[in-house]
Design a protein around this ligand. Structure first.
Ligand code: ZN
Length: 432
């Protein structure tokens, strides 16, 4: 036999072997969805079938034939949704309502190993609550978020897909309250403290190099009182865009929100005080708002843990009416709302479950259930440049799929907690 013929035979044998292997390892599942949330259009469809091949959605429709002996997951009594996305988490951080120095405590008295182990437990609680993706925005030491993400990706621990920021880029002091000047270097264990525009550029390079998917900054440092300048933030945005990364800014005062928006950040976290003129600027520039509000139930729990002695009803009503006013003004101005949690408070329930309560807060403030869910799936994925891959149930997306028992439109606040099924990356984690 000629050499070329021998080679051709060997090649064909090899291709045949690889092909046979891929057929053998292909795992096909059919999911029967009684109701299906169409996250792009924000509507509920009925009686659909989702064909999942390995970790990907292969086909979605009403007339997909299911072969005999196929692996079928029957969710015909439930509402099926794309896995939820929480775009503002702190899996490596938790504090009690009375803790005066939570971040310093974590740096000085917990250390990386304990924080990481606790982070892994919190990550699991998010997945169990139906969040198949989180964007973790700092307070994770020096890249513990990157390590946790890796541990989840390699299935060393169980958790949602993680997109991470690395250390928050901040001006002097970060958010570590009350530290003495001669101990200021402790803050650098948690934040990337920058001194000027050139340092700001270097900080972005560092974070990207060590694994950040997004850049998180403190436009202002609440509860501390320093802030970045517009020039520093502009330099950060420019450098981040060069690496195709988005920038999101902790900004609580109207001035901080206005300056961060002017500098070109992609989203504002909190924005507790925003003037209408600033909301108009955000709408014009396409800057999203992440309100990070808290539900009534958690608010009562917060005051209980605080041993609050004042007029409880009055305090709750006052908080909620301020937050409702801010949210409604933002919606009216045409600002994109991302319904993320920022839950880091220890409410004596799993962190993922507490984060779910945030979705209820948006309903209490006047958003419709399907708009909240659209925000927590489709809009979040769009913001993360991940549309068509997560936050949707469509051909080509990752098989991140959950199901709830109940009626999402009529009884949102109970139904959203009734998670009966969680699939991430084609693998089933919870099944009723
Ligand atoms: Zn936060």
């Amino acid at each position: 036999m000629k050499k070329s013929v021998v080679f051709a035979c060997l090649y064909l044998c090899f291709v045949g072997f690889v092909f046979a292997q891929s057929i053998e390892t292909e795992e096909i599942k059919y999911i029967k969805a009684g109701r299906l949330f169409d996250s792009e259009k924000g509507r509920i469809l009925s009686d659909h079938i989702i064909k999942v091949v390995n970790n990907t959605i292969f086909e979605v429709g009403t007339t997909i034939p299911i072969p005999k002996n196929a692996s079928v997951i029957d969710l015909s009594s439930y509402t099926v949704l794309p896995g939820l996305i929480d775009g503002h988490t702190h899996l490596l951080h938790s504090e009690t309502v009375t803790d005066k120095h939570p971040i310093a405590n974590e740096i000085l008295f917990q250390g990386d190993a304990l924080r990481a182990l606790r982070g892994a437990k919190r990550a699991k609680s998010f997945l169990e609550s139906g969040f198949t993706t989180v964007r973790d925005l700092g307070n994770s030491g020096q890249f513990l978020d990157v390590a946790l993400k890796q541990a989840i990706t390699e299935v060393t621990v169980v958790g949602p897909r993680m997109f991470v920021s690395g250390p928050i880029i901040s001006s002097e002091g970060g958010q570590v309250v009350g530290i003495l000047k001669h101990h200021h270097q402790i803050t650098s264990n948690e934040y990337r403290i920058i001194k000027n525009v050139d340092d700001a550029i270097n900080a972005v390079r560092e974070n990207v190099n060590y694994g950040a998917d997004i850049i998180k900054i403190c436009a202002n440092n609440t509860p501390n009182n320093t802030s970045l300048t517009i020039d520093e933030m502009r330099a950060i945005v420019k450098m981040a865009n060069r690496y195709n990364k988005k920038v999101t800014a902790h900004a609580t005062s109207n001035l901080a929100v206005w300056e961060a928006t002017t500098a070109g950040v992609d989203a504002i976290e909190h924005g507790y005080a925003i003037a209408d003129s600033t909301l108009t600027l955000m709408a014009k520039k396409g800057t999203a708002l992440v309100p990070t509000d808290i539900s009534k139930k958690l608010l009562y729990k917060y005051f209980e843990l605080l041993d609050f002695k004042g007029d409880l009803e009055k305090a709750v009503i006052s908080y909620q009416s301020r937050k409702r006013d801010r949210l409604q003004r933002a919606i009216k101005a045409g600002v994109t709302i991302l319904t993320e949690s920022d839950n880091y408070m220890d409410f004596e329930i799993p962190q993922g479950e507490a984060a779910k309560n945030i979705l209820v807060a948006y309903q209490e403030e006047g958003m419709e259930p399907l708009d909240i869910l659209r925000s927590s799936t489709y809009l979040s994925s769009k913001f993360m440049n991940m549309s068509n891959r997560i936050g949707v149930i469509k051909k080509g997306a990752f098989a991140d799929i959950i199901a709830v028992k109940g009626d999402l439109e009529k009884d949102f606040s109970d139904t959203i907690f009734n998670v009966v099924f969680v699939m991430k990356d084609g693998k089933v984690h919870i099944k009723e």
